[in-house]
Write a protein that binds this ligand. Structure first.
Ligand SMILES: [Zn+2]
Length: 226
């Protein structure tokens, strides 16, 4: 029963995330307005909007114009279900997961990190009972972002975006000083491995831009949980 309810919750929140990560970078407003087909812009009925089931029912095609629906929707919904089941019953971490997962999706798809989401993570870390003694936490956020800011300045914005710098204030505050060091090192190692694999597979060259935010977020969760 518990697993069933968590799955439902995950599907609903996952479909919310897939909607806001589509809307925020396109400046479409947070929740306002009914959802519409990405392709023909017709508005969708409730039946087209049931997480996962609509996708499976129509075999991945839209009812309005019979076009392929992006795989992002079911993937985001399934990942949300798994994340929530894994982190339950820690609702603080579940909320942090939903926030950082949204940032990760937007950064992969648009190579930007919306400020409002980074500030939400920051605000949330100030309220969280998990966060470290405030001074140590602030210092970790300051130090992590200073390190990334230095890289940003040295590479003239090519190796790092200002969005990464701002996000690192919030994530550093969550981890505290010691773990922050491990976290940033892990992010660079994962980023290096992924970039190396992409180069080897010729899916990228030395000029390809790869968002760094997703590596920061994945490394953050590895260090926080392990
Ligand atoms: Zn359509």
């Amino acid at each position: 029963m518990e697993l069933f309810l968590l799955t439902l919750l995950g599907l609903v929140l996952g479909s919310f995330i897939s909607a806001i990560t589509y809307r925020i970078p396109r400046g479409l407003g947070f929740i306002k307005g009914r959802s519409f087909c990405d392709n023909c812009k017709k508005s969708l009925s409730w039946f087209d909007n049931i997480p996962l089931f609509s996708f499976l029912w129509y075999r991945g095609n839209s009812r309005c114009c019979n076009q392929k629906i992006s795989i992002r929707y079911p993937l985001i919904e399934i990942a949300s279900v798994l994340g929530i089941i894994f982190l339950y019953p820690n609702f603080v971490l579940i909320l942090l997961f939903l926030l950082t997962f949204s940032i990760l999706i937007i950064d992969i798809e648009h190579q930007i990190i919306p400020d409002e989401l980074s500030w939400l993570v920051l605000f949330f870390s100030l309220l969280s009972p998990i966060s470290y003694p405030l001074f140590s936490s602030l210092f970790a956020g300051f130090f992590s972002s200073l390190l990334l800011l230095t890289l940003y300045l040295i590479t003239r914005g090519k190796g790092m975006g200002l969005g990464d710098v701002k996000l690192s204030i919030a994530l550093g505050m969550w981890l505290g000083v010691e773990k922050s060091m491990t976290w940033l090192m892990t992010a660079f190692i994962i980023g290096g491995i992924v970039a190396g694999v992409l180069l080897l597979l010729k899916r990228a060259n030395l000029k390809t831009k790869i968002a760094f935010g997703p590596f920061l977020i994945i490394a953050f969760w590895i260090v926080l949980l392990i």
